[in-house]
Design a protein around this ligand. Structure first.
Ligand SMILES: O=C(O)CCC(=O)C(=O)O
Ligand SMILES: [Fe+2]
Length: 296
């Protein structure tokens, strides 16, 4: 029998980092790219994103915002982004938490332009809030699962330029019910939640997130942070003291045994666009996909 060497997983979490991740729901920031290199890469990347000839979703002429649904999952056609989601510094840490078979199922852009409001506090478990159907189902219908997000700063992100903030330790209790559903409002795309009013999903409409628990995470271009989507997270507003946008690239990961887009629907509607999932696939960034329900 051929013996295939097990990956060395050189960049796993340290014991302390893993404990902190379990307790707080996030870990990092970790440095992946040199800041100057990252700034150069980001400039080039923004040009290459304009070429959608190989993207898995068609460009929607009506909504040409960079954060429209049609610009998701560019790791499937932009080689730098495909390499990025497979970076050992990221993947080795994911396998510590998700096991040896890990899928990247989505990537998204999070631009904040000068004057943009910060992202509202939210926790996401199934992503049902936006599409009306759960996009992720964990085996044994566990109470909740969510996804691990790796958010990479493609530009610097400071408190004045919309860095992320987290409420440590809130990843195991959901304060929102995504099945309530919420309507998309294109006029609110630069407001708190990219066209959705996330507060409408609060289980208790009188509940107010306790800002005093928030921890702001400033990041240099080229750093990434890892967090559970079920962790209370948000971002600061971009105060507009500089003309530079802040740009985050979020890649989302699950173990292969999670069903992605259960039932393999043909289309997905969210964030104001409908896209065909015909060319969509998950990417095994560690191990293999053993789940026949997932398309790889
Ligand atoms: O970048 C932001 O403002 C929000 C990011 C976020 O909510 C996410 O990556 O899930
Ligand atoms: Fe989020």
């Amino acid at each position: 029998m051929n013996s295939i060497e097990a990956p060395t997983r050189e960049f796993k979490f340290s014991k302390k980092e893993l404990e902190e991740f379990r307790k707080n729901g996030y870990a990092g920031p970790f440095t992946l790219y040199d800041p100057e290199d990252m700034n150069e890469i980001t400039k080039k990347l923004r040009y290459s994103l304009l070429d959608r000839s190989n993207s898995v979703y068609e460009f929607n002429e009506d909504i040409n915002e960079i954060n429209d649904r049609a610009n998701y999952d560019r790791h499937l056609d932009v080689p730098f982004l495909m390499d990025h989601v497979k970076q050992p510094k990221i993947v080795d840490k994911l396998t510590d938490v998700l096991g040896e078979n890990v899928l990247c199922w989505r990537s998204e852009w999070f631009p904040k332009y000068p004057g943009d409001k910060g992202t509202d506090w939210h926790q996401v478990d199934t992503f049902e809030f936006s599409s009306g159907e759960p996009q992720l189902v964990w085996p044994q219908k566990e109470d909740f699962g969510g996804t691990i997000t790796v958010w990479t700063a493609l530009t610097d992100a400071t408190i004045e330029t919309a860095c992320l903030k987290f409420m440590p330790g809130t990843h195991e209790e959901l304060f929102y019910d995504e099945s309530k559903g919420v309507d998309f409002d294109p006029d609110a795309i630069h407001d708190g939640f990219f066209g959705y009013d996330y507060q409408n999903l609060q289980k208790d409409s009188d509940w107010v997130p306790d800002e005093s628990l928030a921890k702001s995470i400033e990041m240099k271009a080229g750093q990434f942070i890892i967090f559970w989507s079920t962790l209370m997270h948000a971002s600061h507003s971009h105060l507009g003291k500089t003309n530079d946008m802040r740009l985050g690239f979020a890649a989302r990961f699950v173990p292969d045994m999670v069903d992605v887009y259960p039932g393999n629907p043909k289309e997905l509607t969210e964030f104001g666009s409908t896209v065909s999932l015909e060319k969509y696939r998950t990417v095994a960034v560690a191990g293999v996909n053993r789940n026949p329900n997932n398309i790889t």
